[in-house]
Design a protein around this ligand. Structure first.
Ligand SMILES: [Zn+2]
Length: 800
């Protein structure tokens, strides 16, 4: 078993490293038989050692329970990963069957176990605080034990924040105006062209699939399905991207106006073609309609979990949501078709006599909740509830599967992020939706645990997730190699997850994190011109971006997520508006304290820390404006110095204020009148970031950041193997001539040569692009990685 092999519950290497350690770790376990265990051939001895594995650390909401699932036995624990690799051999010469006993090691209150003698049980806690539970295995001759940590927290606030839907908006900000322009003028038109093509060899299957499926439904001769079973996904995502792009005020930019005209014409062309492929009962997936019935017998089967039925259906629902918003509900073609599709699912899947089922690639769950909320808004409260109920049902059906698609345990008993990273964060995002909508305590505890596991053990400094050590997925705790996978879609899902946690907890730290993912891992997925993209976003990379991919799952996801800025910028409570991001813009937020508010931010952030927000309520009202106070040290994995947190010099209408700070927000509570203006400054300093000693890959290295931006050094500017002295001076400098205008970080390496660092999002824009993308003879598996090249751009710099 190698450390790059797909991860089971635990690898042998991890076991050997962790023997005897009871400190908080993901899989804490220990054996009292230290001697044989410490040897490399611990499992090949005469007697396999008795081992107890308590399980992973987690968080639980105070009135809820935590689910315990210990393992006690000899040799290696069973594997739960996808059925690849060989299962561990049975232990040689095992001892008598062990018994298990749970006990409280430490903690402020009492712990009641449902059955303290069962390895699989649950526990409840009498008071909030930090607990340690011990699981002891005994075989009558010897004992082995291991511990896990449980943080018991109070429930999240009773009323979650409400999302701010993206509606017509404007951006006036040097960084974001350029980025949005590149997406709208170049990237989306490129995606439209690719989807219209019928001759693609790489990543085929565009609008032509819908045409052929429509012919099949009409009983006409037709062609077969092209590309992956999930190739409808990028058509739906591009429709959603166009819908959002059409909500951006072009501010008179002729090229944006021209691109928007193309998008309007494309929507008029595509929508009837997509809808013509919808089956009479509402079902929609062209790979199904055009399938070989021998290979794909029916819908929603256990054998067909890999057919991405929910993945494509979910993206269709989401495209309808933003199309509905863009047309202000006047064009309901996609909305009505989405409702028909969602109804088809509701008619077939659910408690008996309907079908029990789950999809191999999650997405439908979060889409159903999002769509259910819209239906509630449009058609009245209650009408969309069945879609939200179905989302929970689909999640509750996940069990008896593998870690790869997060079906190895019931989702509410999952506390560690495992498996394919996009599937994982889409699951956790959907679970957070369910937690928000139902206030189910088990769901709340699971998503808080999964969040804690990702952010404090499996999170890159760029905000990316997924080391790629398992198939496109998460590795063990703290195993964060810099040749990371960090698929662009996982950055999107990570933003969705963090954003929903922000809604649930009203806590700015979740927005601190999604700002990090947005400005680094995701923003860097497209090149500056918007002509090429990264499927994976390694922290040290030498590969150029490419215009397309064998698996173009990210192409529309990147655009729709980056353009949905109003949703990420603001959230609303009954009497509060939350300011989560600082981007020069005009955005409308409806339904706060009985009025609508136009918010006009004026700022050059992140190039300059000064922010001004003009607040324009339709009617003068008392409400709170809560401004996020940035914290650059949310993840325990990284520490940035010098301190650059907080807000300096805040004023309202020119008068200095010292507002209280609650949950990371400066709270400005007053009667607001149109034209009231908040001004403040966010400290921007060059920071050195150092990683926890637990992350081997980053030891002896330092990363640089400036505000929300993480920086890279590039071969284009210097020898990137040089060493930076820990105490050398670093300075920020605006360079209008470089990479479309960026603040660079300048300094000198230990040898005296100059250092120049550029923002991570702008990395590898000066490498020679490939003339044509590599064309595989046969479609490669999703996520196939090009052969690694020597890095030309790195985040973590050698430090002396
Ligand atoms: Zn993707």
């Amino acid at each position: 078993m190698s450390d790059t092999e797909e991860r089971a519950g635990i690898t042998r290497r991890e076991m050997l490293e962790k023997v005897g350690k009871t400190a908080a770790g993901s899989v804490a376990f220990a054996s009292l038989m230290q001697g044989p265990f410490a040897a490399a051939n611990a499992f090949a001895g005469d007697r396999a050692p008795l081992t107890a594995i308590a399980g992973v650390d987690r968080v639980v909401m105070a009135p809820g329970r935590t689910y315990l699932n210990a393992w006690a036995g000899y040799g290696e624990p069973p594997r739960r990963a996808r059925g690849r690799g060989t299962p561990p051999p049975p232990a040689e010469n095992p001892g008598p069957p062990p018994t298990v006993t749970w006990s409280k090691e430490s903690g402020p209150g009492t712990v009641s176990f449902a059955d303290e003698k069962s390895p699989v049980t649950s526990a409840k806690f009498s008071a909030p605080g930090d607990y340690v539970l011990r699981c002891t295995a005994s075989n009558g001759e010897t004992t082995a034990s291991s511990t896990l940590a449980v943080v018991v927290e109070p429930l999240p606030p009773a009323a979650p924040l409400q999302p701010v839907a993206t509606t017509p908006y404007a951006i006036d900000n040097r960084l974001w105006s350029q980025r949005a322009r590149a997406i709208i003028v170049n990237w989306i038109p490129h995606c439209i062209d690719q989807i219209n093509r019928t001759d693609l060899k790489q990543g085929p299957g565009g609008i032509d699939n819908f045409d052929e499926a429509a012919k099949a439904l009409r009983g006409e001769p037709h062609g077969g399905h092209k590309g992956y079973v999930f190739s409808n996904a990028w058509v739906h995502q591009t429709i959603e991207s166009m819908s959002i792009a059409l909500m951006l005020d072009p501010r008179g930019d002729a090229e944006i106006v021209r691109a928007q005209q193309l998008m309007r014409a494309t929507l008029e062309d595509w929508i009837p073609r997509v809808l013509a492929a919808q089956e009479p009962d509402g079902y929609l997936q062209t790979a199904y309609t055009l399938r070989d019935p021998q290979k794909w017998a029916g819908r929603w089967t256990a054998q067909g979990r890999g057919n991405h039925e929910g993945y494509t259906a979910g993206y269709f629902l989401e495209s309808a949501i933003n199309h509905h918003a863009m047309t202000k509900g006047k064009d309901a073609r996609l909305y009505n078709a989405a409702e028909k599709l969602a109804d088809c699912w509701c008619d077939n899947i659910g408690p008996a006599p309907k079908k029990e089922w789950f999809d191999g690639h999650q997405e439908m769950e979060q889409a159903l909740v999002r769509f259910g909320r819209l239906v509630n808004d449009v058609e009245g409260q209650g009408r969309g509830q069945k879609y939200i109920d179905l989302a929970k049902f689909l999640l509750d059906c996940r069990r008896d599967g593998t870690e790869y698609d997060q079906s190895h345990q019931p989702v509410v008993q999952q506390y560690e992020a495992v498996g394919h990273a996009v599937r994982a964060v889409y699951t956790y995002s959907g679970m957070t939706d369910v937690a928000l909508e139902t206030r189910d305590v088990d769901y709340q505890s699971a998503v808080r645990s999964l969040w804690d596991n990702i952010v404090n053990r499996k999170y890159y400094v760029t905000g990316g997730v997924g080391s790629g050590e398992t198939s496109e997925g998460f590795g063990p705790n703290y195993s964060l190699r810099n040749n990371a996978y960090c698929e662009s879609c996982s950055s999107c899902g990570e933003i969705f997850f963090q954003w929903k946690m922000n809604l649930m907890y009203h806590d700015a730290r979740y927005a601190d994190l999604y700002e990090e993912t947005l400005y680094n891992a995701l923003l860097g997925s497209l090149d500056l011109e918007g002509r090429n993209f990264y499927y994976t976003n390694a922290l040290d990379s030498g590969a150029p971006r490419t215009p397309w991919h064998n698996c173009p799952c990210c192409v529309g996801n990147i655009a729709r997520t980056l353009l949905m800025l109003p949703t990420w910028m603001y959230a609303r409570g009954a009497d509060s508006v939350y300011v989560n991001l600082f981007i020069g813009s005009t955005v409308n937020v409806t339904g706060v304290a009985g009025t609508d508010i136009r918010l006009v931010q004026t700022t050059d952030y992140p190039w300059d820390g000064k922010v001004s927000i003009a607040v324009h309520p339709r009617a003068a009202r008392q409400f709170k404006v809560k401004v996020r106070v940035p914290n650059r040290n949310v993840s325990q994995l990284y520490r940035s110095a010098p301190d650059a947190d907080g807000i300096t010099s805040m004023a309202v209408n020119g008068r200095t204020v010292r507002p209280p700070v609650e949950n990371g927000y400066a709270v400005l509570d007053r009667v607001w009148r149109a034209g009231d203006r908040i001004t403040f400054e966010l400290p921007l300093k060059v920071q050195r970031v150092r990683a926890s000693a637990k992350i081997a890959a980053d030891q002896g290295r330092v990363a640089l950041r400036y505000g929300p931006l993480v920086y890279n050094i590039e071969k284009a500017d210097q020898d990137i193997t040089q060493v930076l002295a820990a105490d050398s001076a670093l300075a920020a400098e605006w360079r209008g001539d470089l990479l479309g205008g960026v603040v660079v970080i300048k300094g000198a390496f230990a040898g005296g040569a100059p250092l120049l660092a550029i923002p991570n999002y702008a990395r590898n824009n000066r490498v020679e692009a490939e003339v044509a993308p590599p064309v595989a003879a046969a479609p490669a598996a999703p996520g196939t990685r090009p052969a690694p090249r020597p890095p030309t751009s790195i985040v973590w710099i050698k430090e002396a």
